[in-house]
Design a protein around this ligand. Structure first.
Ligand SMILES: N[C@@H](CCC(=O)N[C@@H](CS)C(=O)NCC(=O)O)C(=O)O
Length: 211
């Protein structure tokens, strides 16, 4: 497989994580952010949105990170990433959609405010506002994780990947985090996975260099 996307993108990290989780061979190309390369005719033909990630698997070309995670789980990770039971798979799907529609917005606003913006342009007030908004969304995860170890139930699955990817940022940014004990315990479980450490827990120094 071929993956286009800089490793500092959380959406690229989701794909890297599932490829690493399944031990699949792949080649990755630095594209996006400071690397550029998303506005060439070749790239636009693969991904008309000019965003990362893009995955190629043989003749198949796919964009939208969660769609890619579902595809990889379906084709290569049945029973592991993609739960066999359709009801459990539907719950995994639900949390994946929730990440895109509910969590990604406030988390992205927060990340830009406290990390990506040059320090002189950051606002403590906005950081507080965005921390509150992200914390409110994450409280929904915390409540879910009071009844289950993983988002789809008793086992790790693709359902944990999109929201789990954003947790590293949440727990390492310099912000005043609300207490969410079930979320913290889930983050510890995620951090124990070598694939998560390799794909998601990259250093801020690396992030700063190539934003
Ligand atoms: N909904 C898309 C969003 C993709 C997206 O916004 N990617 C960002 C990075 S996280 C991007 O390509 N930004 C421009 C760039 O890196 O040049 C997905 O989940 O794949």
């Amino acid at each position: 497989m071929k993956l286009w996307g800089r490793t500092t993108s959380s959406n690229v990290q989701k794909v890297l994580w599932v490829l690493e989780e399944l031990g699949l061979p792949y080649e990755r190309f630095d594209v996006g952010g400071a690397y550029g390369g998303t506005d060439t005719p070749e790239y636009r033909r693969m991904n008309p949105n000019r965003l990362v990630p893009t995955l190629q698997d043989g003749t198949m070309v796919l964009w939208e990170s969660n769609a890619i995670v579902r595809y990889v789980a379906d084709v290569y990770g049945r029973g592991l990433l993609r739960p066999d039971d359709p009801k459990t798979a539907a719950v995994a799907d639900q949390w994946m959609d929730w990440q895109q529609t509910t969590l990604a917005g406030p988390m992205s606003a927060l990340f830009w405010e406290v990390h990506r913006k040059p320090p002189s342009q950051r606002s403590a007030e906005k950081a507080k506002e965005f921390t509150l908004a992200a914390g409110k969304a994450l409280a929904v995860l915390d409540a879910r994780l009071a009844d289950a170890e993983w988002l789809a139930g008793g086992r790790f699955s693709m359902g944990d990947v999109p929201a789990g990817t954003l947790l590293w940022r949440w727990f390492t940014l310099e912000i005043d985090r609300p207490e969410l004990p079930n979320l913290a315990a889930w983050y510890e479980r995620l951090s124990a996975r070598p694939a998560y450490r390799r794909a998601v827990m990259t250093s801020y120094e690396a992030l700063r260099g190539k934003d």
